[in-house]
Ligand binder design. Structure first.
Ligand code: 13P
Ligand code: SF4
Length: 341
C-alpha cells in the first residue's frame, strides 16, 4: 500500500506553533527566525509520514539544523551512521547525507531499503578515485594492502582490504600488520595518519573541497582576533592542522568540547556541524568560519518528504560489490570492537 501517493503540499497551521514550541526554541539561535515557520509544516509532515512508513531517518552531523534537530531519529558521523544502519530494526532507512554514506548503510544492511533524497549528493573525495585507479596502484605496489577512507564508492570499497573513517584511520592502518600501506583517497588525512604511525603511507591525491579551503593564515587570524581555541577536522591541510589545539573526527570534536569546555572555539570544519554542536553546548561561544558542503546541502526537508512519499531514491548495489565492500567494512568494524574509538 502507498499511504501517501496524493498527499497535499504541507502548509502552515496555527497549531504548529504550540506543537513544535520546544523545537522552534532550539532552532531559533541556529537558523534565521523567518525560516522557522517555513520549516515547521515540512517537519510535521515528514514526522507523520515517517511513522506511517515505519521508517528511520538518519542524518550526518553536516546536515542543516532543521533536518538534524527536526526530523532525524539517528544522528552522527559516518562511522556512527554505518553502525546504526547495521543495527536498526526498521526495514526502511532514509539517509540524509551524501551518496557514499547511503551506500555504506546499504552494504551493512542489504536486506533493508535505503533511500537517499538526492542521488547527486556526492563527495569530492569519493569522486577522486575509481576502481581502475585502485587496480593500477595495486599493480604498482604488489602485496601492499589498501586502506580506503569511507568517503569512496561501494565499488572502490570492494577493491580495498579495509575501510577506515577519520575516527579510526590510525588503528585500521596499524591493524594491517604491514610495513607499507596504500591509503586512499584523502591526501591530507593520509598525511595526518602518517605523522602518527611508523607504517609508511602511500598517498593518493584526493581532497575534500570543503576542508581544503581553510588556510593557516585564517586560523591564526581567528585565534588572534577572538582569543579562541581551535578544533580542526583531519581533512584540512597539514598547515591548518599544525595551528589547531585538537584534531579529530566529527564525533571526537564533540567529545573534546564536552571534556575541555572551552569558553570560545572555532570549528575548522563544515559549517552546519558547528551549528548542530552549538545547540548541544550553549555555554560555549562558537566562532564560525563558514564553509558549507554543497553536496550535503542538496538534502532538504522538501526532498526528504518526497523521498518518503515516493520511496525514492533506493540505493541499489550489485551483490558481488556488496560482498567485497562488506568484507572490507567488517575488517574496520572488527578493529573498532577490539579497540573502541
Ligand atoms: P566523518 O567521518 O567525521 O563523519 O566525516 C565524513 C566527512 O565527509 C567529512 O567531511
Ligand atoms: Fe565530501 Fe568534503 Fe562534503 Fe565531507 S565535506 S562529504 S569529504 S566534499
Amino acid at each position: 500500500m502507498n499511504p501517501s501517493a496524493d498527499l497535499p503540499t504541507p502548509v502552515w497551521r496555527e497549531e504548529l506553533e504550540s506543537e513544535y514550541a520546544a523545537l522552534a526554541a532550539r532552532l531559533e539561535p541556529l537558523v534565521p527566525c523567518l525560516e522557522i515557520p517555513l520549516h515547521l509544516p515540512w517537519i510535521d509532515a515528514i514526522n507523520k509520514l515517517k511513522k506511517q512508513r515505519g521508517a528511520v531517518i538518519m542524518a550526518h552531523s553536516y546536515q542543516s539544523p532543521e533536518i538534524f534537530h527536526g526530523v532525524a531519529d539517528v544522528t552522527g558521523d559516518s562511522l556512527g551512521l554505518a553502525k546504526a544502519a547495521a543495527e536498526c530494526e526498521a526495514g526502511l532507512i532514509v539517509l540524509c547525507g551524501v551518496h557514499f554514506m547511503a551506500e555504506t548503510a546499504k552494504i551493512l544492511a542489504p536486506e533493508k531499503t535505503v533511500l537517499i533524497p538526492d542521488l547527486d549528493a556526492g563527495c569530492s573525495l569519493a569522486a577522486s578515485i575509481t576502481v581502475d585507479d585502485v587496480r593500477a596502484l595495486r599493480a604498482e605496489y604488489p602485496q601492499v594492502p589498501v586502506v580506503s577512507y569511507a568517503n569512496t564508492s561501494a565499488a572502490v570499497k570492494a577493491e580495498s582490504d579495509a575501510i577506515c573513517t577519520s575516527a579510526n584511520a590510525v588503528q585500521v592502518v596499524e591493524s594491517m600488520g604491514a610495513r607499507r600501506v596504500i591509503f586512499l583517497p584523502d591526501e591530507f588525512l593520509g598525511r595526518h595518519v602518517a605523522r602518527q604511525t611508523g607504517v609508511e603511507i602511500i598517498l593518493w591525491h584526493g581532497r575534500c573541497e570543503v576542508h581544503e579551503r581553510f588556510t593557516a593564515q585564517e586560523v591564526r587570524h581567528v585565534r588572534k582576533q577572538f582569543g579562541t581555541k581551535v578544533v580542526a577536522h583531519p581533512e584540512c591541510s597539514p598547515e591548518v592542522l599544525a595551528e589547531a589545539d585538537f584534531v579529530g573526527s566529527t564525533t571526537a570534536m564533540g567529545k573534546w568540547l564536552a571534556r575541555e569546555k572551552p569558553a570560545k572555539v572555532a570549528m575548522i570544519t563544515e559549517c552546519s556541524m558547528a551549528d548542530n554542536l552549538r545547540a548541544q553546548f550553549p555555554a560555549i561561544q562558537f566562532i564560525k568560519p563558514c564553509n558549507l558542503c554543497p553536496h550535503m546541502q542538496r538534502i532538504t526537508l522538501q526532498n526528504i518528504y518526497a523521498s518518503l512519499r515516493d520511496l525514492k531514491h533506493a540505493i541499489e548495489i550489485p551483490a558481488d560489490v556488496i560482498a567485497g565492500a562488506r568484507r572490507a567494512l567488517e575488517r574496520m568494524l572488527a578493529v573498532g570492537r577490539r579497540e573502541p574509538v
